[in-house]
Design a protein around this ligand. Structure first.
Ligand SMILES: [Zn+2]
Ligand SMILES: [Zn+2]
Length: 211
């Protein structure tokens, strides 16, 4: 029983080891030939016969996919060629992983930027929306809240005897709640005379459904 392996035989053992690990079952002669860079399954078959005789491989004659490494092959220190084949294969896998990780990082970066952009945009829209919010109030009851005439110009009641109907707003103006709220106006938009424009104004209509 020989203890040295040729480079080709080392490569074949490495190929069988790798293919078995990858597929979860034994490879065919064709698969071993492809992986080892050998011209034909017949060449592989010849080497497999030698490796089997030398106790590196075990196979059930006539059964497809029955080639497996023996304990002798598993325990044997890897021949330089085997080591090289495995190293190349690992290097290839590592390069691929590195490449994919790079792509993934790029994607994450793009997603992060898009999210930040979207957040900025939404915040800007929200600011504009708050600015152009609908404003609703009651009509004024008195042209001069500090004057002597306390008769409501809106409903005609005396604002002192019907104070619950005529509250003061935060600027001290007396309002009349008898006839309900005035139509909504934009809190921001005004005409040339400074009178508020009806809501929805052009800006809030232009924002449409964007939140
Ligand atoms: Zn009134
Ligand atoms: Zn507006």
């Amino acid at each position: 029983m020989r203890t040295t392996l040729t480079a080709t035989q080392g490569t074949i053992l490495a190929a069988i080891r790798a293919l078995t690990a990858e597929q979860g079952h034994a490879p065919t002669l064709r698969e071993i030939a492809d992986r080892s860079g050998l011209s034909s399954p017949a060449t592989v078959s010849r080497h497999v016969k030698i490796l089997t005789d030398d106790g590196y491989l075990d196979r059930t004659p006539g059964i497809q996919r029955s080639i497996r490494l023996t304990e002798r092959a598993e325990n044997r220190a890897m021949a330089p060629s085997v080591h090289k084949a495995l190293t190349l294969s690992v290097e290839h896998a590592n390069a691929r992983v590195h490449d994919l990780e790079g792509k993934l990082a790029d994607q994450r970066d793009k997603t992060r930027k898009a999210r930040a952009q979207s957040r900025t945009l939404r915040a800007a829209i929200a600011r504009v929306r708050r600015l152009h919010a609908p404003h609703q109030t009651y009509p004024w009851a008195l042209p001069d809240p500090n004057g002597s005439d306390h008769t409501c110009i809106n409903c005609g009641h005396d604002t002192d005897s019907s104070a619950d109907m005529h509250p003061r707003d935060d600027r001290g103006d007396v309002l009349c709640t008898a006839t309900g709220l005035l139509p909504a106006t934009c809190a921001h938009c005004a005409d040339a005379d400074g009178n508020p424009l009806p809501w929805p104004c052009l800006t809030s209509e232009a924002l449409g459904p964007y939140a």
